[in-house]
Design a protein around this ligand. Structure first.
Ligand code: ADP
Ligand code: MG
Ligand code: MG
Length: 194
């Protein structure tokens, strides 16, 4: 399926509302294995996205994705701002060539991996992005796929990002960036994008 400007705006409004509502929970997840700011970081990003999109309606899909990326990069402190920002920037670039959802998400994932140097199994948001891209390509992305990927981060030991500092103690906790990525893709499905 192809991604339209209208779907993208609906998708991001949904994501912004969810991360704002789940701000405390996301920061709580980041407390035992991080610095307890993931929800605060993303809620700031959500407000910045709403602000930027509200100021001026983007002319097209590429402009919308770029506006989202810039809001995230400039307003979100922490690893997640740079990572989500890079993912949306790469989607914006790719959208000049294709509007196919799976291809856009694959470009976002490639950007994340290049920026953060992580691969699957390291207890990062890559553990949600990678299976989501695979399912989107196969045409069978469902909320179950997303939820299973998020839950699968719990037994993992973190070897990238701040959670890697606590070593074995990262085992048994959900990865906060995977939970927020789960929200991102669930909201994408809710917006009717599959
Ligand atoms: P910070 O760790 O700087 O406080 P956040 O708390 O906002 O930033 O984000 C933490 C999340 O970022 C982690 O839960 C993880 O999913 C993601 N993350 C951290 N490092 C990487 C990386 N190298 N590659 C991919 N994702 C990462
Ligand atoms: Mg943090
Ligand atoms: Mg931080």
């Amino acid at each position: 399926m192809t991604l339209t400007l209208e779907d993208t705006l609906k998708w991001l409004h949904g994501f912004d509302a969810t991360v704002t509502a789940q701000k405390a929970y996301l920061s709580e997840l980041d407390t035992p294995i991080g610095d307890g700011d993931h929800g605060n970081n993303l809620a700031r990003g959500a407000a910045a996205i709403e602000d930027a999109l509200g100021k001026q309606e983007p002319a097209d899909l590429t402009a919308a994705l770029k506006t989202i990326a810039m809001a995230l990069v400039s307003k979100v402190g922490g690893a997640s701002g740079a990572l989500y920002g890079t993912a949306f920037l790469e989607m914006a670039k790719a959208s000049r060539e294709t509007q196919e959802v799976a291809d856009l998400l694959a470009a976002g994932l490639a950007g994340l991996q290049k920026r953060g140097g992580a691969t699957t199994g390291e207890k990062t948001m890559i553990d949600v992005w990678a299976p989501v891209v695979a399912a989107a390509k196969a045409g069978n992305l469902t909320t179950q796929v997303i939820d299973d990927a998020v839950q699968a981060t719990k037994p993992m030991k973190a070897t990238k990002g701040r959670a890697s500092y606590v070593g074995d103690n990262s085992i048994g906790h959900l990865d906060p960036g995977s939970v927020s990525s789960g929200y991102l893709f669930s909201e994408m499905l809710k917006a009717g994008v599959t």
